[in-house]
Design a protein around this ligand. Sequence first.
Ligand SMILES: *[C@@H]1O[C@H](CO)[C@@H](O)[C@H](O)[C@H]1NC(C)=O
Ligand SMILES: *[C@@H]1O[C@H](CO)[C@@H](O)[C@H](O)[C@H]1NC(C)=O
Ligand SMILES: *[C@@H]1O[C@H](CO)[C@@H](O)[C@H](O)[C@H]1NC(C)=O
Ligand SMILES: *[C@@H]1O[C@H](CO)[C@@H](O)[C@H](O)[C@H]1NC(C)=O
Ligand SMILES: *[C@@H]1O[C@H](CO)[C@@H](O)[C@H](O)[C@H]1NC(C)=O
Ligand SMILES: *[C@@H]1O[C@H](CO)[C@@H](O)[C@H](O)[C@H]1NC(C)=O
Ligand SMILES: *[C@@H]1O[C@H](CO)[C@@H](O)[C@H](O)[C@H]1NC(C)=O
Ligand SMILES: *[C@@H]1O[C@H](CO)[C@@H](O)[C@H](O)[C@H]1NC(C)=O
Ligand SMILES: *[C@@H]1O[C@H](CO)[C@@H](O)[C@H](O)[C@H]1NC(C)=O
Ligand SMILES: *[C@@H]1O[C@H](CO)[C@@H](O)[C@H](O)[C@H]1NC(C)=O
Ligand SMILES: *[C@@H]1O[C@H](CO)[C@@H](O)[C@H](O)[C@H]1NC(C)=O
Ligand SMILES: CC(=O)N[C@H]1CO[C@H](CO)[C@@H](O)[C@@H]1O
Length: 708
Amino acid sequence: MGWRLWWWWCWAALMVVVEEKVGGEEVTYDGRSLIIDGQRKILFSGSIHYPRSTPQMWPALIGKAKEGGLDVIQTYVFWNLHEPQPGEYDFNGRYDLVKFIKEVQAQGLYACLRIGPYIESEWAYGGFPFWLHDVPGIVYRSDNEPFKFYMQNFTTKIMNLMKAEGLYASQGGPIILSQIENEYQNIEAAFGEKGPSYVRWAAKMAVELETGVPWVMCKQADAPDPVINTCNGMRCGETFAGPNSVKKPSMWTENWTSFYQVYGGKPYIRSAEDIAFHVTLFIAKNGSYINYYMYHGGTNFGRTASAYVITSYYDQAPLDEYGLMRQPKWGHLKELHAAIKLCSTPLLEGVQTNFSLGPLQEAYVYQQETGGCVAFLVNNNGGNNATIQFQNVSFQLLPKSISILSDCENVIFNTAKVNTEYNERTTTRSQTFDDENKWEEFKDSIPNFLDAPLKSDELLEQMNTTKDKSDYLWYAFSFQPNSSCTEPVLHVESLGHVAHAFVNSIYAGAAHGSHDVKGFTLEIPIVLIDGMNNISILSVMVGLPDSGAFLEKRFAGLRQVEIQCTEKEFYNFTNHSWGYQVGLLGEKLQIYNNENVGNAGWSKIDLSSKQPLTWYKSVFDAPMGSDPIALDLSTMGKGEAWVNGQSIGRYWVSFRTSEGNSSQTLYHVPRSFLQTTGNSLILLEEFQGDPLQISLDTISVTNLHQPI
Ligand SMILES: *[C@@H]1O[C@H](CO)[C@@H](O)[C@H](O)[C@H]1NC(C)=O
Ligand SMILES: *[C@@H]1O[C@H](CO)[C@@H](O)[C@H](O)[C@H]1NC(C)=O
Ligand SMILES: *[C@@H]1O[C@H](CO)[C@@H](O)[C@H](O)[C@H]1NC(C)=O
Ligand SMILES: *[C@@H]1O[C@H](CO)[C@@H](O)[C@H](O)[C@H]1NC(C)=O
Ligand SMILES: *[C@@H]1O[C@H](CO)[C@@H](O)[C@H](O)[C@H]1NC(C)=O
Ligand SMILES: *[C@@H]1O[C@H](CO)[C@@H](O)[C@H](O)[C@H]1NC(C)=O
Ligand SMILES: *[C@@H]1O[C@H](CO)[C@@H](O)[C@H](O)[C@H]1NC(C)=O
Ligand SMILES: *[C@@H]1O[C@H](CO)[C@@H](O)[C@H](O)[C@H]1NC(C)=O
Ligand SMILES: *[C@@H]1O[C@H](CO)[C@@H](O)[C@H](O)[C@H]1NC(C)=O
Ligand SMILES: *[C@@H]1O[C@H](CO)[C@@H](O)[C@H](O)[C@H]1NC(C)=O
Ligand SMILES: *[C@@H]1O[C@H](CO)[C@@H](O)[C@H](O)[C@H]1NC(C)=O
Ligand SMILES: CC(=O)N[C@H]1CO[C@H](CO)[C@@H](O)[C@@H]1O
């Protein structure tokens, strides 16, 4: 096409002028490390996912990562955000991948692009757009033509976008590494012969895109050449069998700084010392690339979290959900990075030897012919100090620690000795909402069988019915009981995740599953009237599944419904005429959008008749200053929250841990979502939470010299 040629000419002309600036070199590797600009590198990398924060937050997050000693920012690419319908693309706002990568470049860091495009990542449907589900004959992540077509199409789209912006290191850009697929080995066997052939196809397809930078496959021992197999886990220094060729470097693409959290679960606290130990061990054993998963987790805004995963993501990472430094984690790792960098020449150019120093003690030494030397003295004994001899000098090693000797003589860092500051996060109440007059409410409606727009003679699978347009699906039927049915009990088996039952529009009760036990039973006594009764059951999903083989065949929603009259007598409604409604009325009216909030029939809040499925609306001013902001929703039950029409995520405060604590009470409101005054707040409450007792808080950290 003529215009394309013209465009190419302009581009080529520009290249001549600025060639020296934009020219790059292919990134390669050998058995020791990646090779960038002709040099081997030890690289520290950290995951920051662009849609889990805001463009306004990116510069500070990347800046703090750089200050913490990182060389690389790693991100997944989120297919379902970018291609909401086949061939329709969205790269705006939080989805602006190019802007994010350019910010990484502007701060002088490298980028690692994990395209997947299957990403898991505790992200709805593992990153797949839901429309893939309706592609005829599709089998995800297998040697299946329809799937491969769409995977190649999206991967190519992203590659072309990056190339057009000159973002590969081979073009002078920051991207030094790309990933195809994601932890596929976990499920490969389920596909029989089509597993290995898919791996070979994916590797070939990726390599043929000619990015000029290497590809990795994480947790994929059989990654075909030249794709590098890498390790994911918490202790890769102990668990990784190594690259599958002596010509490939040893790389760790996910060293979990914590763990994702689910509703009903507790935060996973991993100490700075433990992370430092495992990172150092990996380096001691020839590792040359380590990525912290996550360095900053952020927020699962809207409905993007996968099944049962909370809205806050990896808050325990070195930069917390709000982007604040979590000390001593951030500082201890910064010191470790500096110590390793000081030794990088002998590490990359020296010859490694290792030997025992005692029953649970060992040394890893890198020695250069020119005299450069670095030693790692490892004490695997978690209970006791160990006194050992190394090169005729006595060293005391702290329990479960590694000492780094930069010249094989002087200890410059010990993983168990934290020298950095500690800090404590505090929340300060900025605004309360206890004035009834500042609230309005909208009671959502309960559809009956007759009103339901969709009918079927069986229980429909939820995801295929909602097409992921909503978390909510109404299942309704009506029936006339025998007069002998005096003590009826409603029995529902669901693969839900939550079911709320209404009998003749009156709330009858609810039940829910959990991340680990997905199926659940709702069994509640109900009151029936003579004549026709309307039973309406709201099945709620708290995120789509994100992992495992055959994701396209998963079942969610109600599986079996009966009304038990006596021990022996029951009605079975599993095969019955059912009416369906996708989503709630308030969702259909989009009453969370500012322009629609006026006309939805809001009324004065009535606390005497609190009803499940109520929307609440209020307004608030932005707190002064620049501290991050969160809503404390401790007194709410379950639902979703919007600020100025933007969803800040699902909340589920009433799902408690075994100690009786909520998994998450604070919900991040990014500053950029706010104007100075008159911000709208909308809460959709499924149970009977109390909006009057919530608060808007600012978050800050206070430095301490001692652990708390
Ligand atoms: C991807 O598919 C769309 C249609 O959905 C098509 O227009 C486009 O050309 C394809 N792109 C590539 C790179 O194959
Ligand atoms: C590190 O690499 C060297 C050179 O390839 C090899 O001899 C040594 O066994 C490796 N060490 C470990 C712990 O894997
Ligand atoms: C050296 O390290 C390798 C890899 O960790 C291990 O298998 C081997 O036993 C070590 N050798 C000695 C002498 O400790
Ligand atoms: C290890 O030695 C340090 C001093 O180097 C001491 O403070 C600590 O109590 C010792 N720990 C144990 C478990 O003996
Ligand atoms: C350690 O001492 C022994 C005997 O005193 C000596 O033979 C050896 O060379 C010394 N080793 C080092 C590394 O200094
Ligand atoms: C999904 O729903 C469509 C109608 O939208 C239907 O034709 C198809 O059979 C359903 N697929 C499954 C697997 O239930
Ligand atoms: C059941 O639903 C129908 C249709 O909405 C309605 O006309 C009827 O009054 C309802 N019955 C009861 C007992 O609520
Ligand atoms: C309803 O009544 C009929 C006739 O009296 C009886 O045969 C049937 O078992 C009853 N069914 C239930 C579920 O009570
Ligand atoms: C109700 O019918 C379904 C579908 O046939 C069946 O799986 C279920 O076991 C029945 N329930 C009872 C209590 O028999
Ligand atoms: C319910 O329907 C399914 C599928 O249509 C059928 O296999 C099953 O036998 C039916 N169960 C009853 C109790 O009618
Ligand atoms: C649970 O809550 C109690 C009381 O608020 C608090 O003291 C405790 O530390 C919490 N436990 C956890 C594991 O967060
Ligand atoms: C692969 C790996 O190391 N997995 C570990 C990740 O961390 C969790 C929690 O400590 C362990 O249970 C896994 O074994």
